[in-house]
Design a protein around this ligand. Structure first.
Ligand SMILES: NC(=O)c1ccc[n+]([C@@H]2O[C@H](COP(=O)([O-])OP(=O)(O)OC[C@H]3O[C@@H](n4cnc5c(N)ncnc54)[C@H](O)[C@@H]3O)[C@@H](O)[C@H]2O)c1
Length: 328
């Protein structure tokens, strides 16, 4: 099948592209490299077509049968530098992929976020979306995503568009970058480098982490199901953990001597930084309708992330010693 992945050089999109490529699909990626975690050569060497432009400027070379919309400005710290543009860009790119999918009669999977729920708690798909009274970049991100969802679902009511919505809760695993402010790669990198592991606030905030490989399975299952116009939560309610506890686990598993310190995130990312609320997924709908259930433990997720970071470190060490030898 001809498949388009927007944001295919990013964390989630690149894992999805790997899986679909291995299933012999004809993959095209569009990614403007604002926060990519792999380079185009990673895919181009295997014959995957990569367009390094924004979705807004992308000229499709042909029609596609499936479009996975993963591209977005994302990350608790990253969103801050895009305020104002953020909301505009999320709705603009959402409109573009909806338009493309409708025109091509392609199925669309719209990757949204659990942040649309706003407040803290355990959430199921038809719960009210609570829009915080406090203005922040994070609010702009979640309202932008919610608007994208509504645009897509409204289109289902007036056209033949085949779209479903995925609301992931805290995806983690190999290749995730610490740059956007994501917590697990931050902790693992600090632990492996013997630097301070900085926990934001008092560390009692909770998250429910899901392995990226399991999230990719959910995406493909939703896309290939006969459901249309549905919204699915995907996450790991069994992996709920306090962030302070996560830091301790990472330290032990990485055999690190790093001190764990609690800091105010605003001293790291500036006054515009806002912590997210504690959100836990109710995954009853996806379990019942698709038989999908995440089973990967938090320990396995941490171990995979440590192994990936160690492998990347030895690769870059090998590359710099090769460079030293050739320049001497
Ligand atoms: N990581 C999580 O925990 C999480 C949780 C919920 C939802 N999501 C959603 O999952 C999707 C993927 O997130 P990720 O963690 O892989 O982030 P990521 O930053 O690793 O990947 C996003 C990719 O999109 C690209 N991109 C951004 N704007 C673009 C544009 N206008 N045109 C083309 N490419 C563009 C970036 O360069 C990047 O490669 C996003 O839509 C995000 O909102 C992620």
């Amino acid at each position: 099948m001809r498949i388009l992945i927007t944001g295919g050089l990013g964390f989630l999109g690149s894992h999805l592209a790997d899986v679909l490529f291995n299933q012999d699909h004809d993959i095209t990626i569009v990614d403007n490299k604002t926060s990519n975690v792999v380079e185009e050569s990673y895919f181009e060497d295997r014959g995957v077509k990569v367009h390094t432009v924004s979705i807004e400027e992308f000229e499709p070379p042909h029609d596609f049968e499936r479009i996975y919309h993963c591209a977005s400005i994302v990350g608790p710290a990253a969103v801050i530098s895009y305020t104002t543009f953020l909301g505009y860009n999320i709705s603009q790119t959402s409109f573009r992929v909806i338009e493309m999918a409708e025109k091509m009669q392609a199925r669309l999977l719209f990757v949204s976020t659990s942040e649309v729920y706003g407040g803290g708690g355990v959430f199921k798909e038809d719960d009210a979306k609570i829009i915080d009274g406090k203005v922040s970049a994070r609010l702009e991100y979640s309202v932008g995503k919610l608007l994208g969802e509504i645009m897509a679902l409204d289109k289902v009511r007036v056209s033949e568009l085949h779209v479903n919505i995925l609301r992931p809760f805290n995806i983690v695993g190999p290749r995730q970058s610490s740059k956007g402010g994501f917590v697990l790669p931050r902790f693992v990198e600090a632990a492996l480098q013997g630097k301070e592991i900085t926990v934001f606030g008092d560390g009692t905030q909770v998250r429910a982490f899901t392995h990226v490989a399991e999230m990719v399975k959910a995406m493909v299952q939703i896309m290939e199901s006969s459901f249309r116009g549905e919204v699915f939560n995907a996450g790991s309610p069994q992996n709920v953990i306090q962030i302070g506890e996560l830091a301790k686990k990472v330290k032990v598993m990485a055999r690190s001597q790093s001190p764990i310190v609690c800091v105010d995130p605003k001293t790291v990312y500036g006054q515009l930084y806002e912590q997210t609320n504690d959100r836990i997924p109710n995954t009853g709908k996806i379990e019942k309708m698709l038989g999908w259930k995440a089973v990967c433990s938090i320990e396995k997720i941490i171990q995979d992330t440590i192994d990936y970071c160690l492998a990347s470190q030895s690769k870059s060490l090998a590359a710099s010693s090769k460079q030293l030898v050739s320049s001497s």
